[in-house]
Write a protein that binds this ligand. Structure first.
Ligand SMILES: [Zn+2]
Length: 66
């Protein structure tokens, strides 16, 4: 029977990936994310939030003047 190996060299406390919550080293190249993928995912979520905040374009927005 094989037992699962413990995670090597990952701190149990300290910074964690903001996207997936995985523990990372503070000097990690992609900190505060565990990977470039998670960094981009967070960025995309941030932009999505921005778009959600802005209201829908209405007819009055398209009319110049007045
Ligand atoms: Zn992550």
């Amino acid at each position: 029977m094989m037992e699962p190996r413990p995670e090597p060299m990952l701190p149990t406390t300290g910074p964690r990936c903001r996207t997936c919550g995985k523990a990372i080293a503070s000097d990690f190249p992609t900190a505060p994310f565990c990977s470039q993928r998670c960094r981009m995912a967070d960025l995309g979520r941030w932009f999505a939030g921005e778009y959600r905040i802005s209201r829908e374009i209405q007819d009055s927005d398209l009319e110049a003047g007045d």
